[in-house]
Ligand binder design. Structure first.
Ligand code: AMP
Length: 478
């Protein structure tokens, strides 16, 4: 009999939420990590994005949480802001049966004052990036003595990004009587050293997964000449059906070039590169998640931590130099049991890169060789359809006690007049909310939100992102 969530001895309130979320069976990392973590042991887990690792550590933390004590009892250190937000979201989702649960995100790029205020009001769980966590500790805002569980998430990426020193400085501030769990996709020596310096007799989790990420992802490649890469991309996009696709490039200049050419043809596209500030990056990601953008073109740095469910297609427009990056990129598709497709455009002479990837994943990448690429213009015409949704940004969020139901109510109530089926994903963030609505009703929806009140208050609603500009630039009408 495979283990069930109930057989892992989780609290009934958590089991109820798990069932509501439709998690029917624990994933291998959950089966391996939950029992030792409930017992307070240190663990080291090998895990990839999409394996369910967040719930693997979040559930035991929520189970053991003393909700009546408004102290930070668990700290999760993440390499990126996006991953922090994703982890905080999962904690809130899984913890929605715990009345009064407070999860704070302590990340760079946002005002430290607000985070200090949040800590002062009291929080149970803190999730954040090393630099900001250290600043908040040094300024006395984050009391680390109450923390009984520490999670180092994507530890290998933290070291890759040069956060090793900051992580260790933070760890030294914690009480030595604590539980520490470390999760990492890869296990180089540096991870063994990190584990040895912050854990006590950790239990190494063995995950019986059929070759990890690769089992659920069809990996394909197509060899082209460098100058044919763009027509090849368009041909792939028309022949591989997708709701939304993520296209990775190695360089910012390539991201700019590809998105300019697609947008110029009227394709629903936006881009994510390191030049974008946090605010606009959040907007782009929210629009991509809620189907207001069909294609997202990204560099690795900007694309880190992108959490998009049901992403059916990932394309490597340029094959990365390091196989680890390849694995990370394609991990975005085929998450938690969903099938995905990852296609790489390889160029003659890049066989070594491909072989290194195949060696690391243990899976050959199947080659597709089309008769010809077809006509570029007709591909572009086929791709030039609008995204199904538009995004409205509302100037109130969790801080204003806004809940998804309030927004849905305002839009579908008497004043709004929308049908529930015309409203898409509603993402309530700390300070603002993104709601997706069907194209045809977006103006009416904005007017209705601006005219009415939510929770008795007036908020400003604006359409963001715009439709695709024809002047060759992706429209950024925020
Ligand atoms: P993660 O690896 O934590 O990024 O999780 C990947 C996705 O799988 C998240 O969207 C989770 O909500 C979802 N998930 C986690 N555990 C389960 C489960 N046991 N069954 C189905 N989905 C899950």
């Amino acid at each position: 009999m495979p283990p069930t969530f109930a057989s892992l001895s989780l609290a009934p309130s958590l089991l109820g939420v798990i069932a509501e979320l439709g998690y029917t069976q624990p994933t291998p990392i959950q089966i391996a990590a939950i029992p030792p973590m409930l017992a307070g042991m240190d663990v080291v887990g090998q895990s990839r994005t999409g394996s369910g690792k967040t719930a693997a550590f979040a559930l035991p933390i929520l189970h053991r949480l003393q909700i009546d004590k408004r102290d930070v009892q668990a700290l999760v250190i993440c390499p990126t802001r996006e991953l922090s937000s994703q982890v905080a979201r999962e904690f809130r989702r899984l913890g929605r049966g715990l009345a009064g649960l407070t999860v704070v995100e302590l990340i760079g790029g946002q005002r430290a004052r607000l985070q200090k205020d949040a800590l002062e009001r009291g929080a149970h769980i803190a999730v954040g990036t090393p630099g900001r966590l250290l600043d908040l500790h040094n300024s006395g805002a984050l009391d680390t003595q109450t923390i009984i569980t520490l999670i180092l998430d994507e530890a290998d990426r933290m070291l890759d990004m040069g956060f090793g020193e900051q992580v260790m400085s933070l760890v030294r501030q914690l009480s030595p009587v604590r539980q520490t769990a470390l999760f990492s996709a890869t296990f180089p020596d540096s991870i063994a050293t990190l584990s040895a310096s912050c854990q006590r007799m950790p239990r190494r989790l063995k995950i019986d997964e059929p070759e990890g990420a690769q089992a659920e992802i069809s990996q394909l490649r197509m060899t082209t000449r460098r100058e044919d890469r763009f027509p090849a991309l368009c041909s792939l996009l028309t022949t591989h059906p997708h709701e939304s696709a993520l296209i990775f490039c190695n360089f910012k200049s390539t991201v700019a070039d590809v998105s300019r050419r697609l947008a110029g043809a009227g394709v629903s596209v936006d881009r994510l590169d390191g030049d974008l500030d946090q605010f606009h990056r959040d907007q782009v990601l929210a629009r991509f998640r809620n189907q207001s953008i069909r294609l997202l073109i990204a560099t690795d740095v900007a694309g880190r931590g992108i959490d998009v469910k049901g992403l059916d297609l990932v394309i490597n427009y340029e094959v990365p130099q390091h196989p680890e990056i390849y694995v990370h990129r394609i991990g975005r598709t085929g998450r938690a049991g969903r099938k995905g497709v990852a296609i790489s455009l390889t160029i003659d002479g890049q066989d070594e890169r491909r072989e290194a990837i195949e060696e690391m994943t243990g899976t050959p990448i199947a080659e597709i060789t089309p008769e010809d690429l077809g006509d570029l213009d007709s591909h572009l015409r086929a791709l030039a359809r609008p995204a199904p949704m538009r995004t409205i940004q509302i100037s109130g969020g969790r801080k204003n006690k806004v809940r998804p139901g309030d927004i849905l109510g305002a839009l579908t109530g008497e004043a709004g007049g929308l049908d529930g089926s015309q409203v898409g994903k509603i993402e309530v963030q700390a300070q603002l909310t993104y709601v997706a609505v069907e194209h045809s009703v977006c103006r009416a929806a904005v007017d209705c939100l601006n005219a009415g009140r939510i929770k008795g208050k007036r908020f400003r609603a604006t359409l963001i992102g715009g439709s695709v500009a024809r002047d060759g630039k992706t429209s950024r009408s925020w």
